[in-house]
Write a protein that binds this ligand. Sequence first.
Ligand SMILES: Cc1ncc(C[n+]2csc(CCO)c2C)c(N)n1
Length: 194
Amino acid sequence: MVQECGTERIAGCQFNLSVMSDDFAEVILGALDQVDTSKVWKETDDVSTCVRGRIEHVFDVVQGIYLEAAKTGKHVEMSGTFSIGCPGDSSGDAYVEASPERLNAPSKDIQQKAGCKFALYPMNTTNYMDVIYEQIDLSKEAGVTVSPAHYATRLDGTVPDIFSAMESSFTKVQEAVSHTTMTFTISANSPSNS
Ligand SMILES: Cc1ncc(C[n+]2csc(CCO)c2C)c(N)n1
């Protein structure tokens, strides 16, 4: 197979939700159903969900799904990988042409707290540690508490502030390093915090 970049840069996220409750299936399927995904390509199977499209819509949808699940008050965790510029992910899809307005922007009064660990992987660049440290420093201005963790950086704050910090890191890094991936795990309503 010939792998080459498409003319548009399509971003994506492969993620799964885990709900620590007997009715996990309803919470997962309900969250997937309640978010407007019309500006992204989406596929769900028994393991995870993948969304692809413009960076802002990928983050908008992933955050929207997480907020829907977290507002049940149940202990919900989401883990995933964002990626852009993967040589095998040539576009061909109409979703990169979507207009930039977000469809699921959270209201300003959302105070849902969460803890998150994220890790940036700028691919195929020798100065990757500089690129990563620059973003960790910028995260400190994003309204979240930033702390070091093994193999990751921890962000604590509201869900919208956490996703916004991750989106700005990812967006800035991919401007400099065309193939960039980022992993994350976010947890809310954990009984460890009560
Ligand atoms: C975001 C997300 N997408 C898919 C799954 C996989 N999954 C596990 S249980 C379940 C509902 C019943 O089939 C589904 C779809 C997940 N965990 N999170």
